[in-house]
Design a binder for this molecule. Sequence first.
Ligand SMILES: NC(=O)c1ccc[n+]([C@@H]2O[C@H](COP(=O)([O-])OP(=O)(O)OC[C@H]3O[C@@H](n4cnc5c(N)ncnc54)[C@H](OP(=O)(O)O)[C@@H]3O)[C@@H](O)[C@H]2O)c1
Length: 256
Amino acid sequence: MRLIIGADSKVGSALARNWARKNIKFHGTSRRNAPESENIFFDLSDFESSSLKKVYDKIVLCAAITDMNYCENNPEKSHSINVDAVKKILDFFYDSKQIILLSSSQVFDGSKPFRQPNEKKNPINEYGKQKSVMEDIALAYENATILRFSKIVDEKDELFLNWKKDLLSEKEIYAFYDYSISATPIEKVVSKINTLMDKEVFGTFHCEGKKDQPYYEYAKDLAVSLDRSVSLVKKISYKEKKFDYKLPRYVSLRDT
Ligand SMILES: NC(=O)c1ccc[n+]([C@@H]2O[C@H](COP(=O)([O-])OP(=O)(O)OC[C@H]3O[C@@H](n4cnc5c(N)ncnc54)[C@H](OP(=O)(O)O)[C@@H]3O)[C@@H](O)[C@H]2O)c1
């Protein structure tokens, strides 16, 4: 039996749908108390009161504090979830076959594109630092597999849905020219997790996305794909929005 910790997350919910389609048996956890939900209640901030059982051979940890501004401004609180709680999970499931932990390209400083898994880490923001420490702790466990990826781009994301809707109605959209992503489709991340589980491999792995591209370039490509004029896409600077964390220039990863 498998377990997805954080089945409401973007990755966890996509993985759950994929496994349900394949009739793979699994349980999911959530910290939402929805009465109709089949998920097991589990709050990472209160591991001691959890009702998790040691009946799972393969576990994927998707729950985390992913808001980078929140991490930057609340380093202790976010560290307790993104690092300390992960250690408790690793200790609890130390004799399971495999625990997959999700990490990020933010563990690198952004000075080079297409980083390889064995390259030296040097995070420049709090979220990246927490992911890096979490990885170092996890690598001491024989059953841990770390999967890093960059920005997941899912067509169902509010931002991309709104851009699509506005472009189709010939409305202008605004995109950062100075904030780059390496767009990584959610399906690719799900497929990589499945491969790592099927092969039962341990250590650090990357899920490669597209080349580094400012949001502005990505949005222009979207306009072209929708047969709309690129002049509808307007440049803005990320400095106009409130980002309290440092942005790495390059965020792309090389697959292995
Ligand atoms: N999305 C990306 O582009 C990306 C890129 C690289 C790495 N990753 C990593 O991949 C993993 C999954 O990311 P995601 O984007 O799928 O996450 P997400 O959609 O932002 O969801 C995060 C999940 O964590 C849960 N959570 C937060 N605090 C919790 C707590 N104290 N106890 C239990 N659950 C808690 C949230 O629950 P609520 O919904 O109830 O708040 C939510 O379900 C994370 O480790 C993330 O760092 C993501």
